[in-house]
Design a protein around this ligand. Structure first.
Ligand code: NAD
Ligand code: AKB
Length: 313
């Protein structure tokens, strides 16, 4: 087992549950402290320690980091794109202050590493729609996207100014079956599987041809751990790396589901999330991640669909 003591903040969320379980496999259950504002997720119970932490309370966070001898922090607490648009000041406050609290403590306590995820939501309507590059026009139009873009530059700043080894990925929409999604625009791609199995039909809140970059959770977890384990000299992007696996639209995923459930039906009732989705690129160029630290994805649409349908009860 490796000698690190890790704190996962937001461990009961969609990514947090699976990332905590994966980190516990590598570092040992007792070396990975799960924390969240809400209660411990059922899947985490009995696999390692859990503490209740409000990341906005910097003093409490600092005390816990010292008390638990933490050497690495994975900060996952955030308000996602759709929920963020319902309360922009709250989203900005949580997404920014949580990061600044963690970066400040990391600087002061000389933590070994910090992970903080960005998102494809940094891109806006003026960014290239296809194969959107690492460096390009970035003019986000959601409060979530603005907070992620600002956060990327705080990460870059703390690395260059104070030597904090903070690393980041621009996750696409993440698809998983173990824990529920937390209020994003890409959540339809999870709901569709549950609805297909429960009711045989789904009403999509995005219209049929809205293509977005997506990734299956096992790939996202793999990317996160590989990024964090890569030697520091290989991490050349200190804002946040583009990573990609697949892109599809609601009609394309529905067609894929129909290969397994022929009677499955989909219809479309776009809501406010349509505008958010239309502001994002359809596909992402992740050449830098592939070249710098060897990123490769395992799951495409058909492999992911098979696995999701197999695992959803
Ligand atoms: P989520 O909403 O499922 O989980 C976030 C967790 O943070 C929740 O369990 C919530 O209770 C917790 N939290 C909220 N406020 C807190 C506070 N003040 N203190 C402590 N915990 C608090 O989100 P997720 O989908 O797991 O996303 C995790 C991170 O990954 C976020 O930064 C998100 O922007 C980013 N991301 C996610 C996706 C995706 O598709 N899921 C895509 C791109 C980026
Ligand atoms: C969302 O839709 O808000 C997230 C994301 C792409 O960041 N899934």
């Amino acid at each position: 087992m490796k000698k690190e003591k890790i704190l996962v903040i937001g461990a009961s969320g969609q990514i947090g549950v699976e990332l905590t379980l994966a980190l516990r496999k590598i570092y040992g259950g007792s070396q990975v402290i799960a924390s969240d504002l809400r209660e411990e997720n059922e899947l985490l119970k009995g696999t390692g320690p859990y503490v209740s932490i409000d990341v906005m309370n910097k003093e409490m966070l600092h005390v816990q980091i010292l008390r638990q001898n933490i050497t690495q922090v994975y900060l996952l607490a955030a308000m996602l794109s759709a929920t963020g648009e319902k309360n922009p000041p709250l989203a900005w406050n949580l997404n920014m202050q949580s990061l600044l609290n963690v970066l400040d403590i990391a600087k002061e306590e000389k933590l070994h590493k910090v992970f903080w995820p960005s998102s494809i939501a940094v891109f806006g309507p003026t960014s290239p729609k296809l194969d959107c590059p690492q460096q390009t026009i970035i003019e986000p139009t959601t409060v979530y996207g603005i907070s992620k873009y600002a956060g990327e530059f705080w990460c870059n700043y703390f690395f260059h100014r104070y030597g904090v080894d903070v690393r980041s990925l621009r996750y696409p929409g993440l698809i998983s079956y173990k824990s529920s999604p937390g209020g994003g625009t890409t959540d339809y791609a999870i709901e569709i599987f549950h609805s297909a199995k429960e009711k045989g039909s789904y009403t999509s809140f995005l219209n049929e041809h809205t293509r977005l970059p997506m990734m299956y959770m096992p790939d996202a977890i793999k990317a996160t751990i590989e990024l964090m384990e890569a030697p520091a000299e290989k991490i050349k992007v200190r804002t946040s790396y583009n990573i990609a696996a697949m892109s599809f639209s609601p009609i394309e995923i529905a067609n894929e589901i129909q290969r397994h459930i022929p009677a499955f039906k989909i219809d479309f009732k776009p809501d406010f999330r349509q505008t958010i989705a239309e502001s994002w690129p359809q596909s992402i160029d992740d050449t830098h991640a592939r070249n710098d630290w060897g990123w490769r994805h395992d799951f495409d649409l058909s492999r992911m669909t098979l696995d999701m349908l197999h695992n959803i009860n």
